[in-house]
Design a protein around this ligand. Structure first.
Ligand SMILES: *[C@@H]1O[C@H](CO)[C@@H](O)[C@H](O)[C@H]1NC(C)=O
Ligand SMILES: [Cu+2]
Length: 193
């Protein structure tokens, strides 16, 4: 449903572009629509545990319809959804959760995916309590509000270190409500990072 709507809008924008190709190059409303719609469907890979207790990248910009895909490096990490106000804790019963992924070498055979549905910030953390990963800075955000000096990833991490307490894991693996969280086979398990 999303895809066909996207195609329709994009086709309309393209038609407008072609019909105005010899006109003055002033941006039109339709040009702006085309630029906003075009990024849909991208997959953003996040490497869990690259460079120590962190996600890489840890600050992601994604559009509705994009997939964020988590690949795990060795140790025993997880990906869990929180909100800004309660770092290192599940956002509630709808929180997405990858489960723990212990791995000795290479990349885990499975990846964890969510599909972005809007531009609202999505906060996530590793809920590993052995070594206090979240309190040590293992957290990230999708679509941080860059107009705010308050709701930043740096502030989330500072709060996690200060008030994160002992991390809690969501009870259910997967879920994530409309984000449609799921564990799927790693499409490229032999690739290095
Ligand atoms: C991974 O971490 C979880 C949560 O701390 C723990 O229950 C599990 O035993 C660990 N697995 C391994 C293989 O260390
Ligand atoms: Cu971790």
């Amino acid at each position: 449903m999303f895809a066909s709507k996207t195609v329709t809008i994009f086709a309309a924008a393209l038609a407008t572009l072609y019909s105005t190709v010899s006109a003055a190059p002033t941006p039109t409303k339709n040009d702006i629509t085309a630029r906003q719609v075009a990024p849909s469907g991208a997959t953003h890979s996040v490497v869990v545990g690259r460079g120590g207790l962190r996600f890489d990248p840890e600050n992601i910009v994604a559009y509705p319809g994009d997939v964020v895909e988590f690949h795990y490096l060795p140790r025993n990490h997880s990906v869990a959804q929180s909100n800004f106000a309660n770092p290192c804790q599940p956002i509630g019963p709808t929180a997405f959760f990858s489960g723990f992924v212990p791995i000795a070498e290479g990349q885990a055979p499975d990846v964890f995916q969510i599909t972005i549905e809007d531009r609202n910030p999505i906060w996530f953390y590793c809920s590993q309590t052995t070594g206090n990963h979240c309190q040590s800075g293992m957290s990230g955000v999708i679509n941080q509000n860059f107009d705010s000096n308050e709701f930043t990833l740096a502030r989330y991490k500072a709060n996690a270190a200060e008030i994160g307490g002992v991390s809690t894991s969501p009870e259910v693996v997967g879920y994530g409500g409309n984000l449609n969280a799921r564990v799927v086979p790693n499409p490229n398990p032999l690739s290095g990072f």
